[in-house]
Design a protein around this ligand. Sequence first.
Ligand SMILES: [Zn+2]
Length: 175
Amino acid sequence: MKNPEIVFKFCPQCGSKSIAIRGSRSVYCPECDFLYYFNAAAAVAAVITSERGMLLTVRAHDPQKGALDLPGGFVEPGETAEESLRREIREELGIELKEARYFASFPNTYLYHGITYTTLDFAFHCTTDQIDHIRPADDVESCVFVEFDRMEYSKIGFDSIRNIIRTFIIGAGIK
Ligand SMILES: [Zn+2]
């Protein structure tokens, strides 16, 4: 597990070895004034509910392959969070959302190819009238509906997703 600034051994602009970590999330090269920040990446997560409970996905790939998750993913440059959410749901579940309402955000870390990225996960409460047409794809192996009072928090892969689900369920006044 490595933070991205640790792996910068040379300045990517001038090749100097003088590049150094500056502060907690940037690298700086005094030779050519190169300065690069490692910002948190924006991500979105959908809490899709129906009379069967909350839709959870089973992750098809690492990190956290096999763990429970919410559908969603990284926001791409130029997208709004709402556009990103609808795109991810289309890609992962093959359906369109009806409503999507933002309710909370939580920070997360995401270990990928040996580098730990920091993210900020934005959570939306979503509805759809296409529940029966879900076709898991992409990062999603399968889907399950879990009743709010039967949530198994230990099977959820990421802390931020666990916090989102807990916040939603508390907010819904279930437990
Ligand atoms: Zn340089």
